[in-house]
Design a protein around this ligand. Structure first.
Ligand code: ATP
Ligand code: MG
Length: 212
């Protein structure tokens, strides 16, 4: 049995065509069912639905043999115990710094004063501001980062941006682009050896679909 860990929403949706290229069809729509384990047209392949940030953990411990996780999530997790054979080029966005449209970010950074940054991505944010030589106080949040500069919790946020419409709707502007983000295939290192005969064709089919 091969167990694939996916998160609901865009990663699930954008992984479906890659699975199709490998001849795998998921039997149920996660938006319509409450099931957390989904069968496929292949009796030896199943999908487990987990929170996006939990995908690396399931794969690291072998509860799932493989999974799909954003680079953002993998950087925070650290990637321990994970083989990352493929950038799937899905769920693309960027990780950026954003501030209120009336906040002078350039001046705040230039003055060398401390700035307060709210983010879910504390390790990427810490590294980014260390590289710039900017003193930073990090505030860990788990969601709705956009609210932090509006309520005075923080001067800036580090968050994922795709179209920028959420920022715009909240009077925030993107002031720095830290890195491009996409989702990667992650494979349990032990499974890669023990289930090689099942995994290899799957990884190859995914690679072919990404190239196409
Ligand atoms: P939850 O919504 O359950 O709190 P989450 O916000 O981490 O969890 P998603 O919003 O589904 O989950 O994001 C899953 C992954 O998709 C992220 O880890 C990231 O790699 C990618 N992603 C997030 N936001 C965007 C976006 N705006 N555009 C494209 N990809 C994104
Ligand atoms: Mg979300």
């Amino acid at each position: 049995m091969l167990t694939l860990a996916l998160s609901k929403g865009r990663i699930f949706e954008e992984t479906l065509p890659l699975l199709a290229a490998a001849g795998i069809e998921v039997a149920e729509d996660p938006e319509k069912s409450r099931k957390l384990i989904l069968a496929t047209n292949r009796p030896d392949v199943r999908v487990v639905l987990v929170r996006a940030t939990d995908v690396p953990t399931y794969v690291q411990y072998g509860a799932a043999d493989l999974g799909v996780a954003g680079k953002d999530v993998l950087l925070e997790h650290g990637g321990e115990g994970l083989y990352q054979p493929l950038d799937l080029q899905i769920a693309r966005c960027r990780m950026s710094v954003a501030v209120r449209d009336d906040f002078d970010y350039a001046a705040a950074v230039r003055q060398g004063s401390r700035i307060r940054v709210a983010t879910k991505y504390t390790s990427v944010a810490r590294q980014h501001f260390a590289d710039k030589g900017v003193h930073v106080d990090l505030i860990k949040l788990y969601g709705s980062m956009e609210l932090a500069p509006l309520t005075g919790l923080a001067d800036a946020i580090v968050d994922l941006v795709s179209t920028g419409s959420t920022l715009k709707a909240n009077h925030l502007v993107e002031v720095e682009r830290i890195m491009d983000i996409s989702s990667r295939l992650v494979v349990n290192q032990a499974a890669l050896k023990l289930k090689r005969d099942m995994l290899r064709p799957l990884i190859d089919a995914f690679a072919g679909a990404v190239r196409a």
